[in-house]
Design a protein around this ligand. Sequence first.
Ligand code: SF4
Ligand code: SF4
Length: 359
Amino acid sequence: MTNPYYAQTDIGPPYFWDMLPQVIKDNYGKWLYHEKVKPGVLKHVGESGDELYTVRIGSPRLLSIETLRWFADIADKYCDGHLRFTSRHNVEFLLTDAGKVDALIEELEAAGWPVGGTGKSLKNLIHTQGWIHCHSAATDASGPVKAVMDDLFDYFKKDDLPAKLKISMACCLNMCGAVHCSDIAFVGVHRKIPRVDDNGVANGCEIPNVVASCPTGAIRPNPKAKSVTINEEKCMYCGNCYSVCPSLPIMDPENDGIAIFVGGKVSNSRSGPAFSKLAIPFIPNEPPRWDSLVAAIRNLVEIWVKDAKKGERYGEWIERIGWEKFFEKANLPFTDKHIDDFIFSVPTFRSTTQFKFTK
Ligand code: SF4
Ligand code: SF4
């Protein structure tokens, strides 16, 4: 297989085919089956009889160049130079020699890298930029994810959960993480509209651009002040306007925090893909260890582990027992915040007051 463009330009990433291990090229489209050898280790077998072993480790996503060089050295030593990154920030080492698997695992774990995250386990948390990088973050990303993952770490190393468990986080509702479709998801939320600095807007921002940046049409020009006004009823606190105009700051130490959603999934197995729904509307930001968030997520995980049937994803479990029962089991209050009455809400979200507790 050759890339028709590769020889003509150096724009874009290298051609994927050139990066594949030889065993994958040889068995492309001809894999017979795969099995889970043990937590963190997969085995693929081709029609040709070729075997490919995958050893998965979790990473914290933000990696130093020293760490990447170390990964590359390990890949040279065990995997003919091949490794891959997954969309959940795992690193997977690909080997053809079954005899090297245990030695590789030993070396990875001795250096502090956890092997796991396959099968019915907690997957590595997918997350976003947070305070370390993004301007519109309502919470940090790496900090709360580290705290949550430290608490749930054992579930990554074992694969004895009712089903796979995908937890995601995004630090604002623009959702660079898969918050809308994960079993448990936490998302940074702003609760106040951007503050308009008329002088800054007049002198530093292109008003047509600012008006056009708002997805809900909440921003209108304010010709008198050569600035803009924001309609609070229409604002959904997304921070897009702040991206194009630094004189509309939205971050707020008192009112920013985290909401938790549950029950989403992408897969089509057993039941169709589903959006996550709101379980906890607001938890304040509590750096450095986000104690309330960690406790809330542990509670959500434990009630599912205790109650779900084998193979039942989080949302499937809730659909079986009913959302009312879920709120009871989680010991969560159901409040007006759980009713989505925002003017631009879509029918897939909860939009009814029908909700009957069973006791
Ligand atoms: Fe930035 Fe929002 Fe994406 Fe976080 S989720 S990285 S705050 S755009
Ligand atoms: Fe519009 Fe988002 Fe700015 Fe609110 S925060 S005014 S919804 S762009």
